[in-house]
Write a protein that binds this ligand. Structure first.
Ligand SMILES: NC(=O)C1=CN([C@@H]2O[C@H](COP(=O)(O)OP(=O)(O)OC[C@H]3O[C@@H](n4cnc5c(N)ncnc54)[C@H](O)[C@@H]3O)[C@@H](O)[C@H]2O)C=CC1
Ligand SMILES: O=C(O)[C@@H]1CCC=N1
Length: 466
């Protein structure tokens, strides 16, 4: 149905519906369709009674609105909005430290308030002070000195979203004030509100990549994250980000609304078996990044802790750390649609993400999960080729990496088939076709197909689903 601008008296009751200027923003389209429907029905009916019915339908619809992950694709919104995993009917404004109803119109109204504009203009990420403190019970709360922390964060490519004290309610924007969103904590000597608490069991490469990206994107404040590992090797890196670290996996589960399982596949059974059953009022969402283990086995293992465990199985990759990841996920039997939308918005904040059927998870591992390693090896080898033919090492490596990045962008942005793009590089009797012949003779394409296949088969094997 073609959207129409509101023109009847009902307009003032339902507010202004904005154009669907951003592609793929379902919320906008839903608003427009609903708007058009309301208008049509009102024009067919005359009396005030009908109007009240329409208004009540509208109100119901408004009440049922939830945060939509696609909003994070809207440049003017994603800079300051982050989702509240525990309550998708609201979002959090990082700039104003305020909770806002998860309605696209409210977000747009909020964005144009003076207060928000002022906060946007003056917003500066800030680092927490102090030093690492052993709190006993195996818990370390990390407050590195700003200097060390800054250095560590640069190494990890991160910045902090540490925040200022909350301001009072903003009457202009319909923003709800008050610290009742979730929990309060102190960061840099100031009170901050966090929307959710995250836990990581296992603190290695992939946990650091995901957590680093979540912090960088402002999806979570470091003091509301608890991460565990048996040794301090990785924990010290997370400590430097302001995350609480511990050797006690039960502590992670008890402190978190969302628990990421990030251990190697062969350790998962024992790790879950050693967790304590949860109290009746605690039912966190478990997100497994562990290769191979399927939803059935995850649910079976976790049902020793909680009845009907809420589980999501994911396959991320390490470029997530710089917001360039590919993350696939599949929902477990007891995961709710709201768990799915929270997961989608979290993962889409670290790159592209998609929900896939579970049967495709091993293939996703073979291609997207393991794939970065194939490409790093290719970059290294091509740089070696450049060095062999006379280029300095640093230049050869930069050229190889940029060439891969540029070629990938051509595939994604030109809409052309990669075979056509390849043909456009190969001049008759030229240099490239000579090189392509060498690659064909060496079985280049066959090797890549077999690599994806081998990884996918190994993923099946690791999960015991031969
Ligand atoms: N590295 C990658 O690119 C990807 C990894 N994955 C999966 O993510 C999981 C983790 O992989 P990585 O981070 O690469 O491994 P990693 O070896 O870097 O990290 C594993 C972490 O688990 C910790 N750990 C070991 N035993 C533990 C225990 N009993 N309790 C708590 N923590 C324990 C280790 O100390 C370490 O911090 C694996 O299942 C892997 O298959 C999935 C996609 C991509
Ligand atoms: O090598 C592995 O087992 C993991 C899974 C995907 C990437 N790394």
């Amino acid at each position: 149905m073609t959207p129409k601008p509101p023109s009847k008296p009902i307009k003032s009751e339902i507010g202004v519906v904005e154009e669907a200027e951003e592609d793929g923003v379902e919320e906008c389209r839903e608003l427009e369709v609903l708007e058009a429907t309301v208008e049509e029905e009102v024009s067919e009916s005359a009396g005030p009674e009908v109007k009240i019915v329409k208004k009540s339908r509208w109100e119901q619809s408004r009440r049922s609105r939830k945060f939509c992950g696609k909003w994070l694709n809207i440049p003017e919104i994603r800079e300051w909005v982050h989702p509240i995993p525990t309550d998708p009917t609201y979002v959090w404004c990082k700039m104003c430290k305020s909770k806002i109803r998860a309605h696209l119109n409210d977000l747009k109204t909020h964005k144009s308030t003076k207060k928000h504009k002022r906060n946007m203009a003056t917003y500066e990420p800030e680092l927490p002070p102090a030093e690492t403190m052993d709190c006993g019970n195996g818990i370390f709360v990390s407050f590195s000195t700003p200097k060390i922390r800054q250095g560590e964060m640069e190494v990890m490519g991160l910045t902090s979203d540490a925040t200022e004290p909350k301001e009072a309610e903003d009457p202009e924007s319909g923003v709800l004030g008050g610290p009742n969103l979730s929990s309060m904590s102190t960061l840099g000597g100031k009170e901050v509100v966090n929307p959710a608490s995250l836990g990581f069991i296992g603190s290695g490469n992939m946990a650091q990549a995901l957590l680093g990206a979540f912090i960088k994107k402002g999806l979570v404040d470091p003091p509301h994250v608890t991460a565990s590992a048996p040794s301090v090797r990785n924990l010290t890196k997370l400590c430097a980000l302001g995350v609480c670290t511990t050797h006690d996996n039960n502590m992670v589960v008890m402190k978190s609304d969302v628990v990421f399982l990030c251990v190697k596949p062969h350790l998962l059974n024992n790790v879950i078996a050693s967790l304590d059953p949860l109290p009746p009022d605690h039912n966190p969402l478990f997100v497994s990044i562990v290769t191979g283990h399927d939803i059935d086995s995850l649910e079976e293992m976790l049902s020793t802790l909680v009845e009907r465990p809420r589980v999501i199985r994911t396959m991320p990759n390490t470029p997530a750390m710089i917001g360039q990841g590919c993350c696939l996920y599949t929902l477990g039997t007891h995961a709710t649609p709201s768990d799915g939308s929270v997961m989608h918005s979290m993962l889409s904040s670290v790159g592209v993400c998609a929900e896939i059927p579970e049967q495709q998870m091993d293939a996703a591992c073979g291609l997207a999960g393991s794939g970065p390693a194939y490409i790093y090896a290719a970059i290294e080898a091509m740089a070696d080729g450049g060095v062999k033919m006379g280029l300095p090492r640093h230049l050869a490596q930069s050229l190889a990496a940029q060439m891969v990045k540029g070629s990938a962008s051509m595939v994604l942005e030109s809409g052309k088939h990669p075979g056509q793009l390849k043909d456009e590089v190969c001049s008759p009797s030229g240099t490239t076709i000579s090189a392509m012949h060498v690659l064909e003779k060496a079985g280049f394409r066959n090797a890549l197909i077999s690599a994806v296949e081998a990884s996918a088969l190994r993923s099946k094997e690791l999960g015991g689903n031969k």
